[in-house]
Design a protein around this ligand. Structure first.
Ligand code: ADP
Ligand code: MG
Length: 699
């Protein structure tokens, strides 16, 4: 395994392999499906299945699986072997077209948010031929969508593919308006998802129930050193981490994943991996594989990879930057400012489509990043606030302002306006002046949505983004198709968008507290700090009509997603609270008590000495403080247990609000008391590894 170009993609049934192994016409037909989004010709499925099976068996596979992405947000697989009996106790290895195209996992336990009753629990999986099949653990994995028999999407891939179809339809209308003879076959969204994560030593991880059960530390006093020196960011990579990253890159390359950059992030023990962008559904599959590989490979290096959004309090959490753009099938990025006035005008129209979409569907973007874990991160001056705004940069903003400032223009003088479009400068693709505090930043030829949590699937945010932009494009296309004067209408739409949606453009510091006040009070932007604030809005009429109009979700599918997300929020937080209670009674209190007792014993033995020889002041003070902390901790733990008992009533929305308003504050109260105890308890008494050990313990 030395020359990367030789083994890159060797575990994928990629274009080269298909070309080599499929009959010419089968290959061409499949290629049309992959490249141009044409429907799959069912005739070819069995030919492809057979070739795939032979290829997989040569690589040592005995099983295949339909690999899918249920609403739990992680991936699922059920392995089936290729064996088929032929009598005489013999078997042959078989894989039919039917098995490739459709599978029936007995998947009744996946969350469906009420979409399925258990008596009709079976769902089926359907092949997504645009995402290459791959080999993992000697199993041929076939990327699939997961639906119910009624056709309802039970997964994250189906709506993503539908949203890609929606934006394709509307963007093609726009492209045909600009050029009725366009050769572009389809338009697709491209995504590059940068992934942040932490690595901690495995033997330390194993001693912390909170990490094991919840993925984050529920206790932990601040270490003497945190991230204040910024000496970790892009710093030298430690040997253990380096060998982890090397192996990760190699494994990802074999899977045809374009892992490009690996570096240390801001927080100690935090790192980032960025792949080269690719089309949205593939990027989503790849991101899932990246997360899976990170966790698997870390273990081989005696490390554990934490993908939680906020594993450590007081230290930056982890997110995912969803870089997004729209490109034509011939490779033109529609968010690149062009060379000619017509290209520039087209660029501005697509830009406006995004601005309008982000403003009108702020709530949906926020919802797409709303999880219990991410609530701890957004707005903590380390990640974007919960308020959505767009960073465009001063240059582009002033161009839009200048365009908008034109008064009503006589259509005959339209070329005058084109001039404004004409002078669009090239945007430097330079990092230096980039705003890193904006949730949604234009970075030269793409938008970067920075709100997504590190463990989230990027499917959700891209569904929201694709559909919202499809809607803007639909409105624009309707107007442009009906217009007598295309140029006039084009200019009108650009100006109107800037005028109506300027409020969402913000080039300042997103971490500034005053921005939140101004955003909400002066601009009327939404601030939805928590899951219960955000999620129920998915059912607002405007959102239901958006998704149903573009056939991305049915109303029942939206309901099911809200149900699952609220349920996850409640369950996740309840597990955390239970873990805290467990750790308090079984680990923390015994430690505090033991140390307190030792202090009291020492004081007693000192006081038994002749008066005036030694002082027992320190021990007495400590014993008193530990004793009062122990009572406080016990009191808070009882309170937390009571709260847990009380908040399980009502529907999920009510429960989620109770979690936010009662359970989380009670957890915080308990944590404060325990963390204070940690700072005054001798280290050898403390029952689990501290922040200092976890964050600085990797060699
Ligand atoms: P950053 O300054 O954010 O690190 P990079 O240029 O390194 O910017 O890109 C970050 C991510 O954006 C990478 O995953 C990259 O592949 C992706 N990216 C670059 N161009 C595009 C594009 N046109 N569409 C989608 N993603 C893109
Ligand atoms: Mg970035």
């Amino acid at each position: 395994m030395s020359i990367v170009s030789e083994y890159f993609g060797c575990l994928t049934f990629n274009d080269g392999t298909m070309k080599e192994r499929l009959p010419r016409d089968t290959y061409q037909s499949l290629k049309k499906t992959i490249d141009e989004g044409r429907g799959l010709d069912p005739e070819i499925a069995s030919v492809v299945a057979n070739a795939m099976k032979d290829w997989a068996i040569e690589k040592g596979c005995t099983h295949y699986t339909h690999w899918f992405q249920p609403l739990s947000g992680v991936t699922a697989e059920k392995h089936e072997s290729f064996i088929s009996p032929v009598g005489d106790g013999k078997v042959i290895m078989e894989f039919s077209g039917k098995e490739l195209v459709r599978g029936e996992p007995d998947a009744s336990s996946f969350p469906s948010g009420g979409l399925r009753a258990t008596f009709e629990a079976r769902g089926y999986t359907a092949w997504d031929p645009t995402s290459y099949a791959f080999i993992k653990d000697r199993t041929l994995c076939i990327p699939t969508a997961f639906c119910s028999y009624g056709g309802e999407a039970l997964d994250k891939k189906t709506p993503l593919l539908r949203s890609m179809a929606a934006i394709n339809t509307q963007a093609m209308r726009i492209l045909r308006l600009f050029d009725p003879t366009t050769k572009v076959a389809c338009v697709r969204t491209s995504v590059g998802a940068e992934q942040e994560y932490f690595l901690v030593p495995k033997h330390l991880y194993n001693q912390r129930r909170d990490l094991i059960f919840t993925g984050r530390t529920l206790f932990g006093a601040k270490p003497p050193k945190g991230q204040e020196l910024d000496d970790h960011y892009f710093g030298t990579i430690k040997p253990a981490v380096d060998s982890f990253m090397k192996e990760l890159d190699e494994e990802l390359w074999k899977l045809g994943i374009l892992a490009k950059t690996e570096h240390n992030e801001t927080a100690p023990a935090q790192h980032e991996l960025a792949p080269i962008f690719t089309q949205a559904n593939i990027a989503t599959d790849h991101n899932q594989l990246i997360m899976e590989m990170m966790q698997k490979i870390a273990k081989r290096h005696d490390l554990v990879c934490l993908l939680h959004e906020k594993p450590f309090e007081g230290v930056n959490g982890s997110g995912k930057h969803n870089n997004w753009s729209i490109a034509t099938s011939d490779g033109t990025n529609l968010l690149t400012p062009g060379e000619t006035p017509a290209q520039n005008a087209r660029f501005l129209l697509f830009l406006c489509a995004v601005i309008k979409a982000v403003d009108e569907y702020q709530d949906l973007l926020r919802i797409s990043a709303a999880t219990a874990g991410n609530d701890h991160r957004l707005g903590a001056a380390e990640a974007p606030p919960a308020v959505i705004s767009i960073f465009l940069g001063d240059e582009l903003t002033s161009i839009l302002d200048a365009l908008e400032a034109h008064q009503q223009v006589d259509s005959k003088k339209a070329d005058q306006l084109q001039l404004g479009v004409d002078v669009l400068p090239k945007f430097p693709k330079d990092n230096t002046d980039r705003n890193r505090t904006s949730p949604f930043a234009f970075t030269g030829n793409k938008f970067e949505f920075r709100m997504v949590g590190s463990s989230n699937s990027v499917a959700d945010c891209n569904v929201a983004l694709n559909t919202a932009v499809a809607e803007s494009l639909r409105v624009f296309a309707d107007r442009l198709e009906a217009a007598d004067d295309f140029t006039y209408m084009l200019n009108h739409l650009i100006r109107k968008t800037v005028r109506e949606h300027r409020r969402v453009i913000f080039n300042g510091n997103g971490y500034d507290e005053d921005w939140i006040r101004r955003a909400t009070e002066e601009r009327g932007l939404l601030n939805l700090p928590s899951v219960p604030d955000a999620l129920p809005r998915m059912l607002d009429e405007k959102n239901v009509s958006l998704f149903t109009r573009h056939k991305v979700y049915t109303e029942a599918e939206i309901r099911s997603r809200v149900e699952v997300a609220l349920g996850n929020y409640v369950k996740t937080t309840r597990i955390e609270a239970n873990t805290m209670i467990d750790m308090v009674w079984r680990e923390i209190l015994p430690a505090v008590e033991a140390y307190g007792k030792d202090m009291a014993d020492t004081a007693l033995s000192k006081l038994a000495l002749p008066a005036g020889t030694v002082s027992a002041d320190v021990e007495l003070k400590l014993a008193a403080r530990l004793s009062s902390l122990a009572s406080r901790i016990a009191g808070c733990a009882e309170e937390l247990a009571n709260t847990l008992g009380e908040i399980g009533k009502g529907d999920l929305e009510t429960q989620s609000r109770a979690v936010r308003d009662r359970l989380i504050p009670a957890m915080e109260e308990l944590r404060r008391a325990a963390d204070e105890a940690e700072t005054v308890t001798a280290e050898k008494y403390w029952p689990f590894p501290t922040y200092a050990a976890l964050l600085f313990g990797v060699e």
